[in-house]
Design a protein around this ligand. Structure first.
Ligand SMILES: Nc1ncnc2c1ncn2[C@@H]1O[C@H](COP(=O)(O)OP(=O)(O)OP(=O)(O)O)[C@@H](O)[C@H]1O
Ligand SMILES: [Mg+2]
Length: 427
């Protein structure tokens, strides 16, 4: 080897040595960097672990996790308290042993949601109202859900269950149900009482109606009896007295002037009393009503009324007005009689009119005057509350018995009373 060759070899060797040194330096630097990264990563991991540990420990809900075989891998402190299991004892145990749930109503074991989560990979809520039985037998109503834990690649690596104590909620629900139940019982009771009271009132009303119907009937009968009594008994007695006075009068030449005048006056007085008794008797019960019918009886009554009251009364009844059942004719007669008496007593009207008309099965009886009208509050009583004087009360009852209605219209220019009756329906 010559000198040049030797120089070359040395220089190559030096270069090689330098390259090796450089490579080594690089490798050492890379190692150092990798070590640092590893340390950073593991400290980060430790921080994350601590973060999750603290988070799970501070969470108010119980949390437990299982592996894919449904064996416990983790319990947080709340889960420890609720199940009665310590984490170290629970890890590796089958889920059912630690998380022992039953159906509150049936007391049967409740279906565990973990199997379904593992099979279907979905989030599952618990069956209706389960209760968790702790290791020491304590029973806690719970609400919960279970969800799959997935790795970064998307595979299911276990199940996480979150549950919490719902004792207070269940108690509140129970109380709500109880008070709802109580409330509906109270309401039912109240409704029942209202119904009973309504039925009682309806019965009392019906009794009252029957009583007033009976009263009207008794009143009519009493008037009829009094009318007959006056006519037949007192009328006959007066006639007898009249005849006796006639006998005395025929011998009045045997009396002095005073005695003869007294006898003659007596004859006139007896005649006057007879007439008045007759009128009273006929007003109490018009004999024409049954014999000649409503139209004639009304005409006779209205003539007498006009004469006594000085109120001019027009009457319109159809020429061909037919006879109606006795009680209908009497009711109409009494209604007209009461209306005209009212006009005389209350209206200050100088005229009045009575219209009777018939349209198929509807009979309309209308009595009107041109007087001062009824006071407003009287009208309200009559229309709103059914409260009225005996006069209107009686008219209303008579109309009701005949299946009709009574209308009253009154203003400062006069009053109209209109009874609408159903007739000829049952013939
Ligand atoms: N035509 C009328 N014009 C003005 N007011 C009337 C008329 N008819 C009735 N009234 C009023 O209506 C009230 C009630 O009449 P209703 O016939 O029921 O009783 P009453 O005539 O007072 O007594 P009664 O029971 O003796 O008939 C009367 O008191 C009167 O104030
Ligand atoms: Mg009256």
């Amino acid at each position: 080897m010559n000198q040049d060759e030797e120089k070359l070899l040395r220089s190559v060797a030096l270069q090689n040595a330098q390259a090796v040194l450089l490579a080594r330096e690089r490798a050492e630097r890379a190692l150092l960097a990798a070590n640092e990264a590893l340390e950073r990563r593991s400290s980060e991991l430790a921080e994350q672990r601590e973060f999750f540990r603290v988070t799970l420990a501070s969470i108010g809900d119980a949390v437990l996790t299982t592996d894919t075989e449904a064996r416990i891998t983790f319990l947080n402190p709340v889960a420890e308290t609720m199940t009665g299991w310590k984490l170290e004892d629970a890890v590796g145990q089958p889920l059912e042993k630690v998380f022992n749930i039953i159906n509150v109503q049936s007391r049967e074991p409740a279906q565990n949601p973990v199997t379904r989560v593992l099979r279907e990979g979905v989030v599952v809520g618990l069956a209706n109202h389960p209760a968790l039985i702790a290791l020491d037998g304590r029973e806690t109503p719970i609400d919960d859900s279970a969800a799959p834990i997935r790795s970064a690649s998307g595979n299911i690596s276990g199940v996480v269950m979150v549950f919490h104590d719902v004792t207070k909620q269940r108690q509140a629900e129970f109380q709500l149900r109880a008070s709802n139940q109580e409330l509906s019982e109270v309401r039912d009771n109240l409704e029942k009482r209202v119904q009973e009271r309504t039925a009682e009132l309806a019965a009392a009303n019906e009794d009252l109606r029957q009583l007033s119907a009976r009263l009207l009937y008794v009143q009519d009968e009493e008037r009829r009896r009094l009318a007959r009594e006056l006519h037949d008994s007192i009328g006959q007695l007066l006639a007898a007295i009249g005849m006796n006075i006639g006998i005395v009068r025929s011998q009045s030449d045997q009396l002095d002037a005073r005695g003869a005048r007294a006898v003659s006056e007596n004859a006139q007085l007896v005649e006057q009393v007879s007439r008045e008794i007759r009128t009273i008797s006929h007003l109490l019960h018009p004999p024409l009503l049954e014999i000649a019918g409503l139209a004639s009886a009304l005409r006779w009554y209205i003539d007498g009324f006009s004469e006594r009251s000085k109120i001019k009364v027009d009457i319109e009844i159809p020429e061909d007005f037919e006879r109606l059942p006795n009680e209908t004719e009497l009711a109409i007669f009494r209604i007209v009689q009461e209306c005209l008496t009212n006009i005389h007593r209350h209206s200050e009207s100088e005229t009045a009119a009575v219209f009777i008309s018939q349209e198929s099965s509807r009979l309309i009886v209308q009595v009107e005057d041109h007087g001062k009208g009824m006071p407003k509050e009287k009208q309200r009583e009559l229309t709103e509350s059914n409260r009225s004087g005996v006069g209107f009360g009686g008219m209303r009852e008579r109309v009701r018995q005949l299946g009709g209605t009574l209308e009253v219209k009154s203003q400062a220019t006069g009053t109209t009373v209109r009874a609408i009756l159903k007739v000829g329906m049952n013939d």
